[in-house]
Write a protein that binds this ligand. Sequence first.
Ligand code: FAD
Ligand code: PHB
Length: 392
Amino acid sequence: MKKLRTQVGIVGAGPAGLMLSHLLHLEGIESIVIEAQSRSHIEGRVRAGVLEQGTVDLMRSTGLGERMDRESLRHRGVYLSFDGNRHHLDFRELTGKCITVYAQHEVIKDLVRARLEADGQILFDAKHLSVANFESAPVIRYQQDGETYEVACDFIGGCDGFHGVCRPSIPEGVLNVFERTYPFAWLGILAEAAPSSEELVYTYTDRGFALFSMRSPSVTRLYLQCSPNEDIRNWSDDRIWKELLQRLTTKDGWAPNVGPVLQKGITDMRSFVVEPMQHGRLFLAGDAAHIVPPTGAKGMNLAIADVTVLSRAISNFYRNGSEDLLAAYSSTCLRRLWKVQRFSWWMTAMLHHWETQNEFDHRRQLAELDYVTSSRAAMTSLAENYVGLPLE
Ligand code: FAD
Ligand code: PHB
């Protein structure tokens, strides 16, 4: 077995793991990121697309902003659409903050490049990974090219997503799980079509939710609510477009531009939290610790928020020998996380068609949307959550 040593061993090269490694490096702390997939796989994986103002500020202040500033799309707000009419919420005017459309895999590419340019270690294609001894002297074991490796470290960053191995390695009885599943999923497409709206359109209809988003001046990203066990093979491109146009077209004639479908897939919806987000010297961050339904566009931003808190705590340990921030990591993250869970759940509940809903619920949802688009107090509440709550 080949033995390696580092200060922080990080499992997973998603936004959480790579940003943690980047932030630690800026504090002079060494880390190794160990990833099951290849570099091209993680750099091509289409996922989230909306960055909160805080994520954008962090990218800029840590030297990752150059390409983002050139290629991303800055949005003042979003539209909420119901009863065939679009209503604009101007986040900039309501909160002074904006949102930025920049695909998650572009963030990944920027992070990978920054780490490699700084001689950081990202080990790709690592198989059969396991973590152990995190109550005393943590180690990460894995196989690569037929060799077995063991990385000894002071701390483990468990950044390996919802299906990773870090969370399940914590002994039974330590974690409390809080979970909610939803009776629907999202069918998402990327289409080669110029976005016909400058900003996102979240749409409630009695046929179900639909979302108009984008990736670039020539690529539109669209989602429609579907059943959770839907088979993508039953959805021809024509059927998808027909359904999207039916849901999204408004009375003033606005509709998305139609174009070739570049990619399509189905995403499950769930809310999930484990408490605490730490056991011994293993710290869970991002999807490894929590999942939100995508309606609030929060998944990647939460992952970045967690590792911002974690990197400060680890840095405080090495600089001052203090474990105080490490001990507070879980409660600091969870306090903000639960508010983000609430927001993501609320947006989901307000905008989706529920199987069990009757005409009363339909009217109530329309009234809520009417309230949220007409009361300045309600608009401001949505806006301040959407652009991102402050970190403690
Ligand atoms: P991840 O990005 O999942 O990264 C974890 C990494 O760990 C991965 O690279 C994985 O390969 C690696 N890994 C896993 N197991 C191991 C192991 N055993 N050994 C080594 N490495 C391992 N959010 C939105 O806001 N909007 C969206 O439209 C949206 N769409 C999504 C679509 C999908 C299919 C998924 C899965 C998520 C989506 N999300 C979306 C959520 C958002 O992308 C995540 O919240 C975000 O990726 C979390 O980042 P992370 O770093 O915590 O985890
Ligand atoms: C996206 O562009 O992929 C996107 C935007 C907003 C969301 C979810 C996904 O709420």
